[in-house]
Structures are given as C-alpha cells and as structure tokens.
Write a protein that binds this ligand. Sequence first.
Ligand code: TXE
Length: 466
Amino acid sequence: MSEIKVMNYIDGEFCEASGGQRIEDIGPVDGKIIATIPRSGADDVLRAVQSAKSAQKNWSALTLEERADWLHKIADKMQENIEEIARLESLDTGKPWDVALNVDASRSVNNFRFFADFSKNIDDLKFEMDDASNYVLRKPLGLVGLISPWNLPLYLLSWKIAPALLMGNAIIAKPSELTPLTAWYLCTILDKVGLPAGLVNILHGYGPEVGQAIVENQSIQGISFTGGTQTGKIVAATAAPMFKKLSLELGGKNATIVTDDIDIEFVAKEVARASFLNSGQICLCGSRILVQSSIYENFKEALIKAVNDFKIGPVISKEHKEKVLSYIELAQQEGGKILTGGDISESEGFYINPTLVEGLAIDSRCATEEIFGPVATLHSFDEDADAIDFANITDYGLAGSVWCRDESRATEIAEQIESGMVWINTWLHRDLRVPFGGVKASGVGREGGMWSVGFFSEAINICVKH
Ligand code: TXE
C-alpha cells in the first residue's frame, strides 16, 4: 500500500507546510511508513489565523440553530464514510477495526450530532431585580486552538471541534503527529459539505513547533488541550500569562476498587476491559486494581483468565513500547511479580501482551506513575477506608471505578475518591451532558454538555435599569 500524503487544511485549501518539510507516520501494526505529514510551524499558524479571523466573523453572525444544522451536515457525511474513518483510525493507531469502528468512529460522528442537538438545551439566562433586568449573552471566544493526543485521535478532536463551532468560533487545530490520518480525512469531509473556508484549519507537525506556535499566537483566545501532564504544564506556562481560556485534559492513574460482595467472574471480565481496552492507552483506564483481601486470591485467578482472553492491538509507537517495557522491568525491580503478560508478542509491530503485576507497594513508582499502556498493578485492601486512601495516593485525579453490589456502600466509597469522574459497577459509560475532566495533575476545567458550551463562549451580562 503506497504512503498516504497528508496535507494541511488552511483557508479551505489542502497545502504543504510553508517550509516544505515532511514527517513520517509509522504504522504500529508492522512498523512500516503509512503516511507522511507536513512539518508545520509558526508561519503556517499565521496563515491559518488570518483566514480564521474573516471566517469567524460570518460564522458568528449565524444563529445557533444554523450552526447546529452545519454540525448535522458534517455528522451525516461522516456517517456515510464511517467505515473509511474506522479503517484509517485502525491503520494509524493499530487498534482492532471493530474498536476503531464502534468506539472511535461512531463516537466521532456522535460528538457532532450530540452538540447539534444539545443546542436546544442552551437556555437564555435572565436575572430579574426589583429595578433592573439582567440577561446573559454567550459570545464566541473568536479563534480557538485545539490540540489533541494519539490515543483516541478523531474521538477527542471532534469532541472539541463540535462545541467550538456550535458556539461561533473558528478553529486552528493540531492532531498528534503520531496519528494524523483521521484529522486529515475529516478535512476532506468538511470540504465536501462546503463548510466555509477558514473556519476549521488543521495543521500537522511536531508539538514543540506548530503546537507551541498555536498556544503562543496572540490572536487565539482559548486553548483546549488533551495530552500528557508534562506537556500540559508547558501549555499552561505559555497560555496563562496571555490570559487565554484554558482547558487541560491530562494524564491519569485511575483506581479500580473491587469489594468483597461482587460476582467475581462477571466483574473480573469488566475490570480486564477497563484496564486493557485500547491497549490501556485511554487516560480513563483502570491501571491500579484494588481488591478486598477476603476475595483477593479468587478474584486474581478470575482476572488472570479474563486478561489472557482479552485481545488487544499494539501500542502506538516503538518509543512508547520501550517506555512501557521499561515500566514492566521497573516493576520487577520494585519487587513486583508478573502474573501474566510481560513478554512481547513475536511480531515486527509494537505489541506487548496485557500485563498484570502484583506485590508492589501502593506508593511504588509503577503504582503511582502513568504508564499509559497494557500494564495494571494488583493490590489488596482490608477496609473500604484503606481502598480510598490507596486510590487517592497518586498526584493524579482523573477517573476511577467501584465494583460493589451494595450501592450505598459503593457511593460512599466513590464520593471520597479524589477524581473528576467515578463509575459504579460500570466503566466508560458516557452521557455526553456530564462534566468530563480531572483534578490535581489530571487537569484543569471540564468539557461536556454545558461545560463545553461555557468553555467555548464568553458569558456577557447586560443589566438594564427600569
Ligand atoms: O500526549 P502529548 P500524547 C494523555 C494520556 C497520555 C498522553 C498521551 O494520559 O499521558 O495524553 O498522548 C502536542 N505545545 N491523555 O503522548 O505528548 C502533541 O503534538 C503544544 C489524557 O500525544 O502531551 C500532541 O498533539 N502542543 C486525556 C498533543 O500535544 C504540544 C485523554 C499531546 O501530546 C507540545 C487522552 C507543546 N509544547 C490522553 N508538545 C484526558 N485526560 O482526557 C506536544 N504537543
């Protein structure tokens, strides 16, 4: 198969980076080049900003309903091409085709549909006083910078693009250089539906180059960033002194708590999925499994079987594979015992078998640092209070899950976990209206439903004296 030549999409045109350089995109399944992408920089960002400024003026003059109609048009065209979206996502990330179709592609379509429909929920805010009336306008920010990671490429990019457009903004976006294909394919869809030129500009390249140029551009009023905590610190340090609105969805080291009253076989399968879906490359994955001591041995046996039965794809890159393998090595140095996995499937791709480690101290590096791959650590706890302490021991606070038949006991535990989201007797069950985001080193701000509406607009109050 010949390499795909990904182009930037600026001012409604497919173009090279101004410097003419390109970067290779390597496929995780066999380590071969699948595409090349433009190596964009500040000049490309300037061209996109110029185009976005004029496009945004006309776009913000449309009504909310007219913009919602455009989101439906985009969703319809994506749905028509959903198998191609899944094929490209699977090619770029190595994830199994059915995961790319049922998780990534269908959710990407749904992101546009959801925010189009959600526009009907955006009520006019009024606050009456004895002698005056207040009403709130939701004005667009203007130009927004959207920066997204490689684990759920179009799923997370569309999660930002849809509400940003709905609220009247123009976009300068940068997908991860490791997974450019579906962002580029989305541009061909926007082109086909005739979205006004300059409204969505997608530039490819390295984070410290074109990503940094987006974050530091004076004309871009808000940044929605999803990625690692270390990068989040750099983005925040650049944007904060410029008083840009900032939404940071960062890393996680989520706890899965299993109490002694559950159905062991059923929960073991669910917990294996929560730890290893997308090869553990979802920031919401449960990478620390805390099991009540009275059922630990029986649950461990069931979990090992469930993990061995759970088929996964490769991790995203050779470098990431080496990073994950270094943590498996570290786990053994820290006194951990590999219960299953730990070796590499014999293939030229970036495969690592799903790996379970027990016997690590709860504050060991492997049990507190984000690995972001198919590795989970197993720990036992005696009392619920111990499980809560263990869950809260890391710097992160993104998500978690509690598997406990007694719902009042489960909510008691869940409400004491220091994270942005907790699932009870389920995982990754998503209502797009709810707030999504983390606390502590997992980020700042929330997106989803009204939180996305709020982030991608400025609330302006008008007070009229009677
Ligand atoms: O992140 P990186 P990755 C986290 C996940 C993991 C990481 C994986 O926990 O830690 O993301 O994604 C660009 N200025 N989440 O490795 O390296 C870079 O090019 C501007 C959490 O891709 O941080 C890429 O496009 N941009 C999340 C993007 O930032 C820069 C869900 C992310 O890259 C930059 C998914 C710079 N200086 C993954 N340097 C959640 N909480 O929802 C890099 N980039």
